[in-house]
Design a binder for this molecule. Sequence first.
Ligand SMILES: [Zn+2]
Length: 274
Amino acid sequence: MPETPDLVVIREVLLRRVLGARIEAVEVLRPIVLRILEPAASAHDLLAGRTISDVLREGKFLTLALDDGGWVVLNFMLAGHLRLCAPGERRLARDYLVLQLDSAEELRYHDDKGMGKVYLTRDRSRVPAWAEMGPDVLDPGWTEAAFVQALRAYRGEIKGVLTNGRLVAGIGNAYADEILFRAGIYPFRKRTSLKPAEQVALYHAMRGVIDEAIVVLRERMGDDIHVKVRDFLQVHNKKGQPCPRCGQPIGEIKVAQRATNFCRRCQPGSLVRN
Ligand SMILES: [Zn+2]
């Protein structure tokens, strides 16, 4: 799924390419991802003729703001992404929604798993999980002290705390692995076992990993908003490869289909639960 660094770059590209564009026509090719949160309205009613007046990112959501006060809120989940295409470009089987723009481009929502959602609404607080979203991982006001204070409300495994979106919004499976590697913390440790210095290290790892990834992705993605670049990550998806810090093979534990990668030497701990 796209996480904060990906979405930051995607937003920058969309601001350059579709900001101010008018939606000429809407094609709903596969309605399953579409959630219309307005009574008795169709996608055509809500989108056709509107101009894209802003592009926003909050947590894992990307939003197109429309000039009439409407919003298109995208939650990409596992495999959703956007593509910018020339109008004649071949449609893919998993293209779900096409916005034809007056800028002679099409913005297409594509999803290999069909688990993502495209919400059309005038009130974003009605989007599921919106109201529970914690402070954004890039929020400049989210200080070390505020982070450590907020952590106290959570007792569970630290990777789950980082990814559930309530403590902090915008960290997913891949970047949680990277943050915990940088902080030297075993992903399945209980939050309650983290020493104060480890909580501070976690905060700085979070800021550093996300900021540095944005710089890399800006360079590597260019305008290719549909491309997912993850090969530069240190441990995520690197099972069996040498740890960049100590050379030990990267480990992997799968829980509920979700792989967690870490270094057993640099991030000591065990799965034993008490
Ligand atoms: Zn290591």
